[in-house]
Design a protein around this ligand. Sequence first.
Ligand code: SF4
Ligand code: SF4
Length: 199
Amino acid sequence: MKSIFAEVYSGLKSLFIGMRITIGEFFKPTITLRYPHQSLKMSPRFRGHIELVRDSATGQPKCFVCKLCEKACPSDCITVEGIKPEGARRKTVTSYRLDFTKCSLCGSCVEACRDGAIRFSREYNLAGTRKEDFIMELFERLEKQGLTAEQSVAAAGSATTPSLPTAELAKPAPPAGTPAPAQPTSAISKPLEPRLEAK
Ligand code: SF4
Ligand code: SF4
């Protein structure tokens, strides 16, 4: 008889312990995200593919085509090209090609660039079925990012008009609610909205 009470007591005790943990978790904030509609903000140490950095003063890429990153890359992933405008002291980048299929994210290129003209991106939404999807033109990518930022400024009614390619500026904005046009798979690297802070 005594052992029956002991068993009932033990069962009830474990039940209440389990319920206490369940109820405690029930009232905690949810950490599950509805991927791909929501995505985490990646930590500063996360290494996505490399990307070019703008000079905050001029808005132009910091890269001056010294090619140190190209030489430092052990996998020959990087090809940088540029021109020297007349009267300028430094070269200006015109093409920065990254073959991400060969990149091991070792960081040698980022370390080699003394001017901080490249860094690791936070992109983790990369997907593709073709090798070509991962051959990235980082200069074009930077230009497009600039365009997006400038278009938002224009939409918000800001005063200054950006110096952008005329063809791009002439494009009419799609009406609200229009689904976004299909993009090449390499563009999937853009972060999805809305972003949520990791708790
Ligand atoms: S990214 Fe840096 S290291 Fe590479 S070419 Fe440009 S300035 Fe030179
Ligand atoms: S992270 Fe390493 S492998 Fe990737 S591009 Fe830079 S140097 Fe090359």
